[in-house]
Write a new protein. Structure first.
Length: 94
């Protein structure tokens, strides 16, 4: 049987542009959620519970319970959690 080896490539990989972060009510920060600015990436924010508002491009969206927000590159957002939640944020490049 012929052995094959894995070779490094100088070509960018999709995995170089993919990130998952988890957060909890005690450790939910503006840095993790990327609030108040725009990004060059797509973002998927999943809040497992809680309630509050999410401002997306100057429009306020109310949520209660488990909810998922999908952000396109360039969107500005701010999450206002009235009851803080745990959840996940996934970021990936176009």
């Amino acid at each position: 049987m012929k052995e094959s080896s894995i070779q490094e490539s100088n070509h960018p990989s999709v995995f170089n542009h993919f990130q998952i972060d988890a957060f909890s009510p005690q450790h939910c920060s503006v840095n993790i959620l990327g609030e108040g600015n725009s990004s060059d990436n797509f973002s998927v924010i999943w809040l497992k519970e809680g309630n509050g508002t999410h401002d997306l491009d100057l429009k306020r969206h109310f949520y209660d319970g488990s909810v998922m927000f999908v952000l396109a590159p360039g969107q500005i957002h701010k999450l206002n959690q009235h009851i803080k939640s745990e959840g996940y944020i996934i970021r990936f490049s176009p």
